[in-house]
Design a protein around this ligand. Structure first.
Ligand code: T1G
Length: 693
């Protein structure tokens, strides 16, 4: 069913019913318009209510329909709203839980709006790179006033219904029965004429031009590469500068422009990618999860402390375990300092700080953590150390406890094999700083039980992380791809580029930070240790020696005050260093390479397509379940620009044949053997398909 029709006395009730959030897809719109026509034709009906079944009034237009013929097929959302507004009988929107986007626009087209308190009211289209395209930019200002409406539309953030009295004719008590209350309201106003229409109101804002100009300047400064925020300002401006119907036409025109932009498609891709990432084909959505009411963290260092904070923030008690008291004391002090910094920024109350610290305990003894529902180890990244920890955990942890490793490079199956319960072992790869970065790679071992995986996915939501499932391989998804990206960055130095040029090109493309600044931040010695291992384990893989030479100069990065760049105390700016650049130039000479001028375009192609090609291999091997998971890893863990949708989505927008042609071109160049095109990329390019089809 997509909309139900019932008559209660003289009141017809149309209930939108398109789970999960009553997205107003074509079938829903059709059924609802039929309901309005039925009510209009029934003389016994004196008033009409529109409401929503389940957990929403409506989450808006059905985003899944966008860029398909259904989205604009009649009855369109405009037609649905115009039918309600044009009804000869009063139409009352009865709102609860969620009323967003097109759902709110529908209610604005109704003659009356009533609600329960606590309903989330929003026009969040801007977060999808759009603007309210069904009259919201023209009607909301007529109800709330220019400024409050503009703030809601440009921010896209929800406001609780009880905070918007101007929007509602009545807000019922929290424990009221919405339908009964709405019917009583409808009966009360059934005979009132003329029917109040939002479109007949005027927006009164003296000196609105000054306010709008201020708004344009402010929004332009914060919108970055996204066109939607400024379009929101311009269309809301039309609510004061144009007649209603002209404003509606202008809004429509700008909406249809935005829905075709890559930025909007990227944002909508990310919206669904984030949600589909928690779906694992062979793990049913209703798989029972294990209760996680307490946690233990092994290791109170940077990672262990950050991981502990995630649990504390979610209200889950944590026991922090270390080998020495001073390490414990240091770790706890760091956690407290982090919270105090947040408090100073006004983003945490003292009460919350005390509550979280009150959930934290510590111990030097494994025997004391045995009852925890999950234990996450964040000890030194060396297999022997992990083995000792997991053998101990296997001895002390209660049956059914989840044993999670935060390893970023080691084999989760090997770690699981150190225990008699490999089915309870899983990888939970947090990204530093663990209490900040949203990404959580959930590494599924070959023995990991389905309910353990389901529990880890549910836990990632509770910890407000974006959980992405990865299979077991060296570097899982993110680090395995970043290795190819870093290899290309090194080769570019050998051929003629310098760190500053590479970083600037990457940051112009939209990366939060270029590869060399990123290395300096993370610590160049980390990559050095991995390459030393690679030189032994996989000698066939070549790397530029420049990064090794840099480490031999003791330039590990920000932590040593110098890396690819120099850094000054209290100044996050990276300053080019002549000695490093001389080393790079000398190294090219030592290799007999005549340095050449390299374009920013080539730099970006080689960095990004290195990610794409490795991502294609990861997909082929089933390490990642879907291309959009890879995009989520890069959008939430590696500073890939959101407006480009992630490496795989970006490759789709470039066109896979073009990506393949570029890779084949680079395969003819310096260190060309690093460019073996992934078979999946070749296949999809040949078939004219995309990664995210
Ligand atoms: N269309 C289609 N599917 C939607 C949807 C929508 N509008 N909103 C949510 N879903 C799906 C979502 O993909 C997930 O699917 C499930 O519902 C639960 O979502 C013309 C153009 C409403 C606050 O931007 O903010 O109207 O994974 O996990 O945490 O002007 O979903 O179960 O298969 O997020 O309870 C404007 C977007 C649309 C609202 C519920 N509306 N949605 O949060 O559940 S454009 C939005 C949300 C528009 C008009 C314009 C949230 C929620 P699955 P969820 P939740």
């Amino acid at each position: 069913m997509t909309a139900e029709y019932q008559v209660h006395g003289a009141v017809a009730v149309i209930t939108l019913n398109n789970p999960p959030v009553n997205g107003m897809g074509l079938e829903t719109r059709t059924a609802a318009v039929l309901g309005l026509q039925r009510a209009a034709a029934d003389d016994a009906v004196k008033a009409i209510i529109i409401t929503g079944a389940g957990k929403a009034f409506s989450g808006g237009a059905d985003i899944k329909e966008f860029n398909t013929p259904k989205a604009l097929a009649e009855p369109s959302l405009h037609t649905f709203i115009a039918t309600a507004e044009g009804s000869s009988k009063p139409v009352v929107a009865a709102i609860h839980t969620v009323c967003m986007g097109g759902g709110l626009e529908l209610s604005l087209g109704c003659h009356y709006r009533v609600a329960l308190p606590g309903a989330q009211i929003a026009l969040p289209e801007v977060k999808l790179g759009l603007l309210p395209g069904a009259g919201g930019t023209q009607r909301l200002p007529r109800v709330l006033g220019l400024e409050p409406a503009l703030n809601m539309i440009v921010s896209g953030n929800p406001v609780p219904s009880e905070k918007l009295p101007a929007l509602f004719d009545e807000i019922f008590a929290a424990d009221a029965d919405l339908l009964q209350s709405a019917i009583a309201f409808a009966e009360k106003i059934a005979a009132v004429r003329p029917l109040p229409k939002v479109r007949d109101r005027k927006v009164d804002y003296p000196n609105h031009e000054a306010f709008l100009q201020f708004s344009r300047n402010t929004v332009k400064a914060m919108a970055g590469p996204f066109p939607a925020p400024l379009e929101c300002v311009e269309t809301v401006a039309a609510s004061v500068t144009m007649k209603f119907d002209d404003g509606m036409k202008f809004e429509r025109e700008r909406f249809l422009h935005l829905i075709q932009t890559t930025e909007s498609k990227a944002l909508r891709h990310a919206f669904f990618a984030e949600r589909v990432a928690s779906k694992v084909p062979d793990v049913p959505a209703d798989t029972p999860v294990r209760a996680i009411k307490s946690a233990a963290i092994i290791g109170a260092g940077t990672m262990g402390g950050g991981i502990a904070m995630n649990f504390l923030n979610a209200g889950i008690p944590v026991t922090l375990l270390e080998q020495k008291q001073e390490a414990l004391d240091k770790g706890i002090a760091t956690i407290r300092k982090n919270y105090e910094n947040t408090l100073k920024k006004g983003k945490l109350t003292q009460e919350k700080l005390d509550q979280r610290m009150g959930l934290l305990s510590s111990t030097l003894s494994y025997e004391e953590i045995g009852q925890a529902d999950i234990v996450v180890e964040a000890v030194f990244e060396e297999l022997g150390v992990k083995e000792a920890v997991f053998r101990k955990l296997d001895d002390v942890m209660k049956p059914g406890a989840i044993l999670a490793t935060n390893t970023s490079t080691l084999d989760v199956d090997k770690i699981a094999a150190f225990t008699r319960r490999p089915q309870d072992v899983i990888g939970t790869h947090f990204f530093s700083p663990a209490n900040v970065m949203k990404l959580l790679e959930i590494v599924r071992g070959k023995e990991t039980a389905k309910d353990v995986l389901a529990t880890a996915l549910a836990l990632s939501k509770k910890l407000k992380k974006t959980g992405v499932v990865s299979g077991v391989c060296d570097g899982f998804i993110g680090n395995r791809m970043i290795e190819q990206y870093s290899r290309q960055a090194g080769f570019l130095l050998e051929e003629g580029a310098l760190p500053e040029q590479v970083d600037k090109a990457a940051e112009k493309f939209g990366f939060a930070m270029g590869p060399f600044r990123m290395g300096d931040l993370a610590g160049n010695d980390i990559g050095w240790a991995i390459r030393k291992r690679r030189y032994v384990e996989k000698p066939e893989i070549s790397y530029s020696k420049t990064a090794d030479l840099l480490c031999e100069m003791g330039r590990y990065g920000q932590k040593t005050g110098a890396g690819w760049y120099d850094y000054k105390a209290g100044d996050r700016k990276a300053y080019a260093n002549d000695e490093v650049n001389a080393m790079i130039v000398q190294h090219s000479a030592d290799l007999g390479i005549t340095r050449r001028k390299i374009s920013d375009e080539e730099i970006v192609e080689r960095l990004v397509y290195a990610l794409v090609n490795e991502g294609a291999l990861i997909l082929e091997e089933g390490i990642a379940l879907r291309a959009s998971d890879i995009d989520m890893v890069y959008l939430t863990g590696y500073g890939f620009p959101l407006y480009r949708g992630g490496p795989m989505f970006y490759a789709d927008t470039v066109g896979l044949p073009n990506v393949l042609a570029a890779i084949n071109k680079y395969a003819q160049g310096h260190q060309g053997k690093a460019w073996k095109p992934a078979p999946l990329l070749q296949q999809l390019a040949a078939e004219g398909k995309t990664f995210n089809s």
